[in-house]
Design a binder for this molecule. Structure first.
Ligand code: AMP
Ligand code: TRP
Length: 327
């Protein structure tokens, strides 16, 4: 009781890659004791850019929840939901859509950028423009005060604050103005090709990857292109393997840097060290995943229980909203 409430969500992209884990999921796991947490698989949001082929949404939801649990999200501590199970999100989205000026949405930087990026897909839709309104509904249905997100989501949290303020001004003060919580320990995790790790670039390592896959993917990582021979001194700053060591081998970092710049250890050995360090972190997660897979009903049971708890809270918010709006 009395802990600040938090909501965050991820679109159901299936098994998570390491960037998702270190950039987002790990901080969720670490927040569970200090906050009252609600975490949602936002399957309606997946439809905003992928409404044509919906064949994988259910399975991707399941796989992602298994990853959440194997990383340490605990349904005894946190409420874990699937967005489409909680119809209150949809009702609140509809009501918010009445008070959200079109200009706010059209000016949203993520909207303009995505329109460009996803150019072959037809996303000139009402639902896609309204993406941030649905996100505001996710957050405000629980009156969450804090929203852990990556930097790319800041404009959406700002819009959420504006929608809350406008509602409070037009009707009654019902909503808090939620704060974004940026995860500051993890900068962007690169993929094996040095660009941002992302499923869409094919440069990722899955959080649930087997030890052998990890070794193989680390073996493919790009290193300093100027270090051609084993005897050439390396430049850790331009090396992807070193960027990973910064996250996974914190204690040995000075040694690793000296071994590279002094040409004492070759890239192959340096990659072996990294694969070992990575596998040490991932083994307990893999082990948990194997145990969870033994119970085929587990995910549905957890989502059903989460929906029950979430609906109780969101239902009360919606009663207040209807009363404030006199409908
Ligand atoms: P996405 O489904 O790609 O939007 O990823 C969900 C969340 O994972 C994002 O909001 C980021 O916070 C985090 N994330 C994804 N990729 C990376 C990465 N390469 N490095 C750090 N964080 C990441
Ligand atoms: N838009 C977020 C993303 O793409 C996902 C999301 C939906 C979300 N609703 C949310 C995040 C509410 C935080 C709070 O990553």
């Amino acid at each position: 009781m009395g802990k600040p409430r938090v909501f965050s969500g991820m679109r159901p992209t299936g098994r998570l890659q390491l960037g998702n884990y270190f950039g987002a999921l790990k901080s969720w796991v670490d927040m569970q004791d200090d906050y009252e947490c609600y975490f949602g698989v936002v399957d309606w949001h997946a439809l905003t850019t992928g409404y044509e082929d919906t064949s994988e949404i259910r399975e991707n939801t399941r796989e992602m929840v298994i990853d959440w649990l194997s990383a340490g999200l605990d349904p005894e501590k946190s409420v874990i939901i699937r967005q489409s199970d909680i119809k209150e999100h949809a009702e609140l989205q509809l009501l918010f859509s009445m008070i959200t000026p079109l200009g706010w949405l059209e000016r949203c930087p993520t909207y303009k950028e995505q329109l460009h990026q996803l150019e072959g897909r037809d996303i000139m839709t009402y639902g896609f423009l309204g993406y941030p309104v649905l996100m505001a509904a996710d957050i405000l249905a629980y009156k969450a005060e804090a929203v852990p997100v990556g930097e790319d989501q800041l404009p959406h949290v700002e819009l959420t604050r504006e929608i809350a303020r406008r509602f409070n001004f037009l009707y009654k003060p019902v909503f808090p103005e939620p704060q974004a919580l940026l995860n500051r320990d993890v900068t962007l995790l690169p993929g094996i090709d040095g660009r941002k790790m992302s499923k869409s670039y094919g440069n990722y390592i899955l959080m649930s990857a087997e030890a052998k896959d990890v070794e193989e993917r680390v073996g493919m990582m790009v290193t300093d292109p100027e270090r051609i021979r084993r005897t050439d001194p390396g430049h850790p700053d331009v090396c992807t393997v070193y960027a990973f060591h910064k996250v996974f081998s914190k204690d040995e970092l000075p040694q690793i840097e000296a071994d590279c710049t002094g040409a004492r250890v070759g890239c192959v050995e340096c990659k072996r060290r990294l694969a070992r360090a990575l596998n040490q972190v991932l083994e307990p997660i893999r082990e948990k995943r194997r145990a969870l897979m033994a119970n085929p009903d587990l995910v549905e049971d957890i989502l059903r229980d989460g929906a029950r708890k979430a609906r109780a809270v969101a239902g009360r918010t919606l009663e207040e909203v209807r009363s404030a709006m006199r409908i």
